[in-house]
Ligand binder design. Structure first.
Ligand code: ZN
Length: 129
């Protein structure tokens, strides 16, 4: 298994990690297979969405914040229940096909690390199958 670090700089943000994952795939030299990506955290997740217009990322964060407010009489004592809930909404893993050594993403797709309780130093795990 491979891993790399993501240093987030904001409380909530989507960070494009497509290039880092493609680098793992390229270094692995597997032409055809699957790339499994896993985020080993409980207040950060991973998702695929548009990589052309950055306003899409802003809107996703804005609407997740509206959907899951930071203060809402949660019971979790650490005070970051909203981050846990948003991480579960995005999920903690995804799988992308590899063809001819390249991640097979749609024209407008990028892979995003989803930070919901930053800034922190985070990890991403990648398994090439
Ligand atoms: Zn917590």
């Amino acid at each position: 298994m491979h891993s790399f670090k993501v240093n987030t700089s904001q409380h909530s943000e989507l960070i494009d990690i497509t290039d880092q994952i493609q680098t793992v795939v390229t270094n692995n030299k597997l032409n055809d297979g699957l790339c499994f990506v896993f985020v080993p955290h409980t207040t950060a997740g991973i998702t695929i969405n548009e990589n052309a217009d950055p306003s899409v990322r802003k809107d996703i964060i804005k609407e997740l914040n509206a959907l899951v407010p930071w203060e809402h009489n949660y019971t979790h004592g650490e005070g970051n229940s909203a981050a846990h809930i948003k991480a579960s909404l995005t999920g903690f893993s995804l799988t992308v096909c590899i063809e001819q050594g390249r991640l097979q993403l749609g024209t407008w797709q990028g892979i995003y690390f989803a930070e919901f309780d930053g800034p922190r130093s985070r990890s991403v795990w990648v398994k090439i199958i």
